[in-house]
Design a protein around this ligand. Sequence first.
Ligand SMILES: C[S@@+](CC[C@H](N)C(=O)[O-])C[C@H]1O[C@@H](n2cnc3c(N)ncnc32)[C@H](O)[C@@H]1O
Length: 347
Amino acid sequence: MADQPADQPAAQPAALEGVLRILQINEAHICGHMLQLAAELGIADLLAAGPRDAAGLAADTGSDPDALHRLLRFLAGQGIFTEDDAGRFSLTPTGDCLRSDHPQSLLDLLRWSTVVSRTFQDARYSLRTGLPAFPEAFGQPLFEYLRDHPEVGGHFNGAMAGFSRLESAAVTGAYDFSGARVVVDVAGGDGTLLADLLKAHPAAEGVLMEQPHVVVGAARRFEAEGLSARCRVVSGDFFDEIPAAGDLYILKSIIHDWADDDALRILTACRRAMAPGSRLLLIESVVPPGNTPGEAKLRDVVMLTLLGGRERTREEYAQLLGKAGLRLGQVVATRSPLQILEAVPSD
Ligand SMILES: C[S@@+](CC[C@H](N)C(=O)[O-])C[C@H]1O[C@@H](n2cnc3c(N)ncnc32)[C@H](O)[C@@H]1O
């Protein structure tokens, strides 16, 4: 065996713990794929009425009985289902969240995740160019694709609503919204966050601005929740014009979708809409310093690959806001991976 060159330290044998960690990270995508497949087949809805065996489920889903049994057995090992001695599968409380009618349903989020998984097969393109891989994989930029493919668009909107349901209580509980008279949620998706805010603050009014094909779902939600009288829906393009009615503006999970030039265009449109006393809240996962692990660093590579966007550090947000004529004030932590960055006009 050749001697180690004098100027290179000898490689240390990796600790078993480190080796196992690498294997675990590497195999995580397989668990995700299996979960997404179960969501795609609608297994949780098929189990809602009670336990069933793999043969019956296979007949209902056009699957091979043995292959489906192996998928369900794997997911039972992950705590999604349980298998009894007669080979019948039931939902666990965790697996219940895959039902379409569960109040915290994650079904759309998992269906949307199959699109994310396919995009990541082209992630090498993003690495080479710094540009999003989504148009390479699907032939169109993400938001155009969602507009032209309503079924996938529905899964995306449902996935965003799923995140918002998880995050909404953390956001509304962390910041004092009591002084706001008119809250404008810019690109507020299906209105999940704004509806929760209006319910918590009966004197406040809301404006939800979204793309024309998304705004329809939000209007339906406000109608169903008895909020239509206090909430206006406006269709529009946040690169052009943002409604001028508000004293509190919200951009939740918006700025991270875009690279700096486009992010600045949105912030500048927002600044134009704001009166001198208005406030803007960016609700985002702020990238922590150093090697601290964090959801923001995962979302950051997802934003790169899907949209060419990015998660940012606190300083990067302060700089971007400054260029749009806004000054970053307090940054409020929430009980979720999100932080609330408050900004006001700088002049
Ligand atoms: C990541 S989602 C966030 C939705 C919502 N704020 C939330 O947190 O659940 C981004 C949203 O931006 C909207 N959007 C994309 N381009 C837009 C544009 N040019 N004008 C207005 N909204 C747009 C999309 O329809 C989508 O709902």
